[in-house]
Design a protein around this ligand. Structure first.
Ligand code: IZC
Ligand code: ZN
Length: 419
């Protein structure tokens, strides 16, 4: 007997990654499946049918109880996935925004004791409840933009207690609101004030104390390192990643953001899930990524905000790489929670097409978080995470820059935003 549909969405344009191997790589990123006048049926947390009205009616049972959403002349896409954010932090850094607007350099502000260290002071001072409240507000911004899965990094504690407090805030937030959260430990985000002049001491503390404690608590899925000149060298990063891998963590990296350091090569060497930023990636780095399974996560909002050159997306696509896009939402280099704005920036400044950017924020972003089997496309069996945009063509989503076109968001089969 056919499964009863609890929710039926009548498109409109049903837009999703082309069926096939995930992630979409290189040329395949230009393909998007667009079903005009299609329907999507859901039951419980899952999608149970996608197709023409006739196909869906044949496959599922529609009853008077089925909730119907009319999305005719609208666009229906998978819930968007943001695979790189620093969601949980105390305070904010609008003072630095003034400085940067007048030309101050992000890394110079950090070297002078501001930047990340300013957020470390505020995060250490914040209570768990304050972090949870701030995080919940930011997640509501994201959800209203159609984002249903978000990666969240720690890295504003740089001591055991505060790193765990941030990750605990993520765990609490998971139970308080609908966005699915993917926790990442980023204890190697900066050198803490207590260890100035004793880098070896902090590395030992991370390897011997903090990483095992984070593992023990089962509170993070990934380990990330800010591999950058003046922060963690490639050699220091490799040691942290090796220990993390031994403990069973999956890996992601801040790679080649301000300088060409070889973070991309390290990601390929260690089989990381993602290599993020890549503004300054070398040709060798691109080659190394091309012979790996690493997903490059590009963050054009950061290049925009820091007025830096954009990552060479077209070169990477020509090399056959599977690009994802993320906001990099954080209090310093990129205080935007708007993933659709990032899609516009990717089109305008990295030469990506609307088809490529949709793949980058859905199936490829899901793959970068190890979730492409569950989310990131509209297919029977996948979680019912969907967005309805109030435009008649998906190309208009990146085209209307910075305008929130989201009308409805469905998370795991439940309507969670209705504008
Ligand atoms: O707080 O500035 N780049 N980490 C590496 C950041 C930016 C976050 C911040
Ligand atoms: Zn980051």
């Amino acid at each position: 007997m056919a499964t009863r549909a609890e929710l039926l969405i009548k498109g409109g344009q049903i837009v999703t990654a082309a069926h096939g191997e995930y992630p979409a790589r290189g040329k395949a990123m230009q393909k998007l499946e667009v079903l005009h006048g299609g329907w999507v049926a859901c039951a419980g947390e899952r999608i149970i049918a996608v197709g023409t009205p006739a196909e869906v009616q044949q496959e599922v049972e529609l009853t008077p109880e089925t909730q119907v959403i009319d999305a005719e002349s609208k666009v229906v896409t998978p819930g968007l996935v943001d695979p790189h954010t620093h969601l949980v932090f105390g305070g904010s850094r609008e003072d630095e925004f003034y400085l940067r607007a007048r030309g101050a350099d992000y890394m110079e502000i950090m070297a002078a004791g501001g930047g990340i260290l300013s957020s470390v002071r505020a995060t250490r001072a914040a209570s768990l409840d304050e972090l949870v409240d701030a995080g919940r507000q930011r997640l509501s911004w994201m959800l209203r933009q159609g984002v249903t899965t978000v990666e969240c990094k720690s890295g504003y504690g740089l001591d055991l207690e505060t790193e765990l407090k941030q990750l605990e805030a993520v765990r609490i937030l998971q139970g308080q609101q609908p966005v699915e959260l993917v926790p990442t430990f980023l204890g190697a985000h900066a050198w803490p004030p207590e260890y100035q002049g004793d880098q070896e001491g902090y590395l030992k503390f991370l390897l011997d104390t903090v990483l095992p404690a984070v593992k023990e608590q089962g509170i993070a899925e990934y380990v990330d390192v800010f591999t950058e000149k003046g922060v963690f060298s490639v050699e220091q990063s490799r040691r942290i990643f090796q220990r993390a891998q031994e403990l069973g963590f999956k890996l992601r990296i801040h790679a080649d953001e301000m300088h060409t350091l070889g973070g991309a090569e390290l990601a390929a060497e260690m089989g990381m899930a993602s290599a993020d930023h890549l503004l300054m990636v070398s040709d060798e780095g691109i080659e190394a990524l091309a012979s790996s399974e690493v997903v490059p996560v590009l963050l054009p909002g950061t290049a925009f905000s820091l007025r830096k050159p954009y990552a060479p997306a077209r070169k990477m696509l020509e090399a056959g790489l599977p690009l994802a896009l993320a906001t990099d939402f954080n209090p310093g280099s990129c205080p935007t929670a708007n993933l659709t704005l990032v899609m516009s920036l990717a089109c305008l400044y990295m030469g990506m097409t609307p088809e490529e950017v949709f793949n980058a924020v859905t199936i490829n972003a899901a793959h970068a978080l190890g979730r492409s089997d569950r989310v990131g496309s509209l297919e029977p069996g996948k979680q019912a995470d969907l967005v309805i945009f109030a435009v008649d063509d998906y190309k208009k989503v990146p085209y209307y820059i910075g305008v929130n076109l989201v009308e409805t968001v469905v998370k795991a089969g439940r309507v969670v935003v209705s504008n």
